[in-house]
Design a protein around this ligand. Structure first.
Ligand code: GDP
Length: 195
């Protein structure tokens, strides 16, 4: 897919603030620092479009990006900060759950996990949520450049097991720093748009 124009639209907390049209949406979920902004920027060939982790105020919101005015990427709030209160964690959970549950535009959710780590409790909950709201879920293991080929194969097994993924569920590895996996992700997204 050749992207001509991508633009940030709005940071929303409640459904009333979501864009009010029917553009199809693909959402990205994952713990903070997993590489979500880097993946979005790689897919769109943009450097600084998505920068959730470093933009105060945007970390707890659902961030919408219009792509060529034909579809949208939706950056969900990153979870898993060590230094937040229970109340803040609950708010994030609600923001994510509300979007997943209520958004008719949503076609599919990409869940990012760091290939180096065993999925956290929150990663497991996120994947279970995605499934429970009727999506297939696409798991994207980030930072593949940090591991050897053998380690990647090993970690893929760990991720599949810990997330309790079905045998035919999709898991792809990417590296935003080496720009690998980009076309695999686009192939999957194109197949979703065409379905
Ligand atoms: P976000 O919080 O999920 O949006 O994460 P970012 O995209 O901001 O990335 C967090 C950190 O991980 C940054 O320092 C990135 O440079 C780094 N990072 C992201 N993707 C990769 C990757 O594929 N490989 C490596 N080595 N580092 C990455």
């Amino acid at each position: 897919m050749k992207i001509k124009k991508s633009a940030f639209v709005i940071s929303a907390v409640s459904p009333a603030q979501y864009p009010q049209d029917a553009l199809p949406e693909i959402a990205f979920a994952g713990r903070s620092n997993v590489g979500k902004s880097s993946l979005i920027n790689m897919l769109l060939n943009r450097r600084g479009l998505a920068k959730t982790s470093s933009t105060p105020g945007k970390t707890q919101t659902v961030n919408f990006y219009d792509i060529d005015e034909i579809f949208r990427f939706v950056d969900l709030p990153g979870y898993g900060f060590a230094k937040v209160s229970k109340a803040q964690k609950a708010t994030w959970g609600k923001v994510i759950e509300t979007y997943l549950k209520s958004r008719e535009n949503l076609l599919e959710v990409l869940q990012l996990v760091d290939i180096r780590h065993k999925p956290s409790q929150e990663d497991k909950q996120m994947y279970a949520w995605i499934k429970s709201f009727g999506f297939n879920g696409i798991v994207v293991a980030t930072k593949a450049d940090k591991l050897s080929r053998n380690q990647i194969a090993q970690q893929k097994k760990v991720i599949r097991k810990e997330l309790d993924m079905a045998p035919d569920a999709i898991l792809i590895c990417i590296s935003s720093s080496e720009r690998t996996g980009k076309y695999e992700v686009w192939d999957l997204l194109n197949a979703i748009f065409e379905a």
